[in-house]
Write a protein that binds this ligand. Structure first.
Ligand code: 9D3
Length: 231
C-alpha cells in the first residue's frame, strides 16, 4: 500500500514513521509512506499557504493553489483516492478503515487554520474523514490515526502474536480484562480461573466478561442499532 501525505508539518510524521509497527511495515516493503511539505507548491517568497477569509470573520483559510499543485503533481495519472482530513468528514470507524484498505493508493491532505478553500474540495477531494467530534488543531493527528489503522489491515504488517482476527470491533464487542505478573498488585489478585489451567473455563470466563463490559459501556455495539446515524 502506498500513502502520500501533504502537510505544513512534515516533521511531525518522522518519529511516527520510524516507530514500531509502521517502521517495520515500511522497512519490510509492505507500506510506502511519503510525506510532503505543502510549502513546496507555493510560489511567493514567504511560501504562504493561507489568507484572510472572503466575507471576513477572522482566522485564516488555506488557499487553493498550493493544494491543487500538490495533488496534481503527486497523483499524476495514477489512480489515487484523495482524502481531506476535516471536522466535516465521515467519522472514521472499523468499517471505513476496511473500505479504505481496499481502494489502493491514498493521498492524505492535512488541513490547518479554520479550514481549506472550498474549491479544493470541489476540484481534487474524493472523501473527507474526521476522527470524531472534538476539536483538534489540524489533520495531522487524524492522518496518523488513519495510517496506523490502515496499516493493521495490510497483510503481514501485524504479526501472528498480535492477530488482527482477535481484535476488538471485528466481532462487535469490547475486549476482556487482561492480567500479567505479579499475581497480587496492592492486594488485588488475579481471578482464580486464569491460573486454573482449565482452558475451556478460561475461554467461557473471557467471553462472559467481554459481553458484560460491552453491555455496560458500549450497548450500541450489541444491538442491531449500532448507534451510528443512517448510512
Ligand atoms: C468553528 C468550527 N470548527 C469546525 C468544526 C473549526 C475548526 C476546528 C478544527 C477548523 C479546523 C479544525 C482543525 N481540525 C481538523 O483539521 C481535523 C479534525 C478535528 O479537529 N477533529 C476530528 N477529526 C479531524 S480531521 C481534521
Amino acid at each position: 500500500m502506498r500513502i502520500d501525505v501533504v502537510t505544513i508539518f512534515p516533521e511531525l510524521f518522522e518519529p511516527f514513521a520510524a516507530t514500531s509497527l509502521i517502521g517495520r511495515a515500511i522497512e519490510g516493503g509492505l507500506l510506502r509512506l511519503d510525506v510532503h511539505d505543502l510549502r513546496r507548491w507555493t510560489t511567493d517568497r514567504h511560501r504562504t499557504v493561507d489568507d484572510e477569509p472572503f466575507g471576513g470573520g477572522g482566522g485564516m483559510v488555506m488557499s487553493a493553489p498550493p493544494w491543487l499543485g500538490a495533488v496534481r503533481e503527486l497523483c499524476g495519472d495514477r489512480q489515487v483516492t484523495r482524502i481531506l482530513l476535516s471536522p466535516q468528514g465521515r467519522r472514521l470507524d472499523d468499517r471505513l478503515v476496511r473500505e479504505l484498505a481496499q481502494v489502493g493508493d491514498l493521498l492524505l491532505m492535512c488541513g490547518r487554520y479554520e479550514g481549506v478553500d472550498e474549491r479544493v474540495r470541489e476540484l481534487v477531494v474524493d472523501l473527507e474523514v474526521s476522527i470524531g467530534d472534538y476539536v483538534l488543531s489540524g489533520g495531522e493527528v487524524p492522518a496518523m490515526a488513519l495510517i496506523e489503522a490502515l496499516s493493521r489491515q495490510v497483510p503481514g504488517v501485524v504479526g501472528l502474536a498480535d492477530s488482527v482476527e482477535r481484535d476488538s470491533f471485528r466481532d462487535g464487542r469490547l475486549d476482556f480484562p487482561h492480567y500479567t505478573r505479579p499475581r497480587v498488585v496492592e492486594g488485588l489478585e488475579v481471578p482464580e480461573v486464569l491460573v486454573s489451567g482449565d482452558h475451556a473455563a478460561i475461554e467461557r470466563w473471557r467471553q462472559k466478561r467481554a459481553l458484560e463490559r460491552t453491555a455496560r459501556r458500549r450497548p450500541d455495539l450489541l444491538g442491531s442499532d449500532d448507534g451510528e446515524a443512517d448510512r
